[in-house]
Design a protein around this ligand. Structure first.
Ligand SMILES: [Zn+2]
Length: 347
């Protein structure tokens, strides 16, 4: 299904071959982490399946489907769930009958096997339940060998950790730590799987801008250096020339938008009109110095810049693909002015 999705994204309904300029996994990254936020069906499927694992963990008697599954697949043994649900699961202990002593999170934020790795390595029942290990008279954990001095210290620490645990009648309850209400949600699991750590504020702003979608995708590809430039296509074993057919330099995103003769003329006009010194040399120079995040009127400046970049890109495509050279460099100014006029209604 992801293959069909990807093919549709890059070539639409036509059967014509088109290069896939970004990996599908990268397009599926959430928008605030720099992707397009397309649902990755494989990961989403995992998150949905884990919903069943959660229902089995909840073990509600009125849930007939859950009881059926449990009777058929989980008979006479502690419920063994897929390991992925452990990323957000914490067990609240009652009788300890459905919580694994070493592998589940129940007394701390991480499983005991990670807190006490030596004890875990030497214990004889690694899959033991809390109920089996905690007795009224104290802990009941069996080990394969006697302890050395270091292991005795770790054993005492384990004893300290467990000293306040008391079991009581009732079923253990699962708590989902990725949601405030403590209940599993597919959305939170999917978000966890696709979490990328650092937010990309620049791209987050791009998605929230009023630009038309095709310009947003154009800018996303430009920022990833994945526009179909000569150099990028050459990496895909493109047969044609990788150099710019105006000035014969390697055709990159920065070349088309800033370093080509046509682009230089364009930015020189801005320099004259707005008194810029120096003119932008590449995309990130432009973004960092002329449109830094948090600058006054960021949205307006960014909106205008993307339209200018689009005008340069469209002109380049006409030259490259249709061999239509602009009659005069000023025609690019007119072209960007007409795009501005067309899309200013979106503001
Ligand atoms: Zn050029």
């Amino acid at each position: 299904m992801d293959t069909i999705h990807a093919q549709f994204f890059w070539r639409g309904a036509s059967d014509k071959f088109k290069y896939h300029m970004l990996k599908w996994e990268q397009l599926c990254v959430p928008k605030d982490f720099g992707g397009l936020g397309i649902i990755n069906t494989r990961i989403f499927n995992d998150a949905i399946i884990l919903k069943w694992a959660w229902r089995l963990l909840e073990d509600r008697e009125e849930d007939v489907c859950c009881q059926l599954l449990k009777a058929k697949y989980c008979r006479n043994k502690p419920f063994c769930i897929r390991h992925k649900i452990n990323f957000g699961l914490r067990m609240s202990i009652s009788d300890g009958g459905s919580t694994r002593f070493w592998d589940d999170c129940w007394i701390s934020e991480v499983p005991l096997r990670l807190l006490f790795p030596k004890q875990y390595n030497y214990c004889s029942k690694k899959g033991a339940l809390v109920r089996d290990c905690m007795r009224e008279e104290g802990t009941n954990i069996q080990f394969n060998r006697s302890f050395g001095a270091h292991e005795v210290v770790e054993w005492e620490e384990l004893g300290d950790t467990l000293k306040d645990v008391t079991l009581c009648p009732g079923k253990d309850k699962p708590i989902w730590t990725l949601e405030k209400n403590g209940r599993y949600s597919t959305k939170s699991m999917y978000r966890f799987f696709t979490f990328r750590g650092v937010l990309n504020k620049r791209l987050d702003k791009l998605w929230k801008s009023k630009l038309p979608m095709k310009l947003k995708i154009f800018m996303l590809l430009a920022m990833h250096e994945r526009l179909q430039t000569g150099v990028a296509l050459k990496k895909k074993k493109w047969r044609k020339e990788a150099n710019c057919n105006i000035c014969n330099y390697p055709e990159t995103v920065d070349h088309i938008l800033f370093q080509c003769i046509l682009a230089k003329f364009y930015w020189a006009c801005f320099k004259e009109i707005l008194g810029w010194d120096p003119v932008p040399q590449n995309l990130f120079h432009m973004l960092d110095h002329w449109i830094p995040l948090g600058c006054p009127e960021y949205d307006m400046k960014f909106f205008a810049f993307v339209i200018v970049a689009w005008a340069l890109w469209v002109s380049r495509n006409k030259i490259r693909l249709q061999q239509l050279f602009p009659r005069s460099p000023i025609s690019i100014l007119f072209k960007s002015a007409s795009f501005m006029q067309r899309w200013s209604v979106l503001l």
